[in-house]
Design a protein around this ligand. Sequence first.
Ligand SMILES: C[S@@+](CC[C@H](N)C(=O)[O-])C[C@H]1O[C@@H](n2cnc3c(N)ncnc32)[C@H](O)[C@@H]1O
Length: 459
Amino acid sequence: MTKKTVRNHALDVLTKVGDGGGFSHLIIDQTIKKANLNNKDVALLTEIVYGTLNRKLTLAYDLKQFVKKENKLQSWVKWLLYLSFYQMKYLNKVPDHAIINEAVEIAKQRGHQGIVKLVNGVLRTAQRNGFTDYSEIEDAYERLAIETSTPRWLIERWDDSYGLEKAEAIARQNLAHQAMSIRVNPLRISREEAIEQLRSDGFEVSPSLFSNQGIVIEKGNVLTHDLFTQGAVTIQDQSSMLVTEMMQIEDDQMVLDACSAPGGKTTHIAEKLHNTGEVHAFDIHEKKMRVVKEKAETLGLINIKTASKDARLLTENYPPETFDRILIDAPCSGLGVIRTKPDIKYSKTENDIDNLAIIQFELLTKIAPLIKKDGMIVYSTCTVDPTENEVIIAEFLTSHQAFEVDPSFFETLPVQLKDSVGITEFGLQIFPDDFNTDGFFMTRLRRREDDGQLGNILS
Ligand SMILES: C[S@@+](CC[C@H](N)C(=O)[O-])C[C@H]1O[C@@H](n2cnc3c(N)ncnc32)[C@H](O)[C@@H]1O
């Protein structure tokens, strides 16, 4: 039997996950392990799968120009055409004739003569005539939706919240390549030392503006580097690092991380405590807490206590005013991380956003009594939507007068950063297009020293 090609594996993955059948990263991981692919093939598989998924609506529109009854096609035929279109349009590495030949070969292995003819015919016509010019689409929302492969409701929603120009910038950025960033573990190495070591090993890196522990990697695969395998650095998006920076952690503090898995911020907090104090890390999913524990072990952190629990019930575990700092990195729609998880833009609905907002508000209100006077709660989400962000904070402040947004942190940000992100009276919104990072909302709520008693925060 001949060995399956990377594109054939990519087709397997896309047929499984493309129409909403599961998490693409898990299926990709399984495929890579099973097929025993080398690094170059893994990179190509990932590029084709994520690229095709990310452009799904655009490619579907393209296909309609060539096949009248495209909805009658078998799923694998549709995805074979999508992934071939994707390579022809967006990847310059392989000539069109090679892409077409391979697609026809795959069609021969999987289907009957009719399908082989169709695949060959569609791809050769596309090669000859080129693809659609989207400027022909008159409706501005529709055009943007098709061009950027973003559901129309999302474009309209971002337009309502931030204006059409920003909506377009976000949607386009969601298609762009994302630079990887890492966080240096100060218990093991300084940022300067890590940068020097990576540069001398041929990496192109620069210090992050977001965190004095952050490094942006422009070139090089850190996953196989000693610094990563030995726990001196960990992978984390820069926006995510800024959340913990905002907590202003000091040695010996008692810190609650209410929604902690997979532990990116838990371990950052623990590092900032220099292994002093205590981080009490919870997540509703017991299984996920194992990942937090493993991450803590790899990084040599001994000040993290983990448990699983619905964080809305944590007042059962602790008396009021237990913690100096609390982080609520709430479950959210994830509209800020579409670039790395393109499935999000097709699967989330407005209904999901409303339901998540209920949970987010409950988390904040139920956990609030656990913060000490003059202590701070940082609330964050990796989404770009006021309903899950500013609106939650506005409602919380109305019903919890013991709290105020503490904007002093914003003043400490580098000017370049401060001037580019969205800062309102309710917090800071980083859009994916601001710095080519994840989109994140974060804010810091201080419980007033003169709050008197808990009365009005126990709602
Ligand atoms: C955005 S993720 C947290 C990411 C994490 N803070 C990090 O930096 O790696 C949100 C987490 O909240 C958890 N979660 C959802 N509902 C919860 C609840 N009611 N109580 C505690 N955790 C919850 C989810 O399982 C998920 O792991």
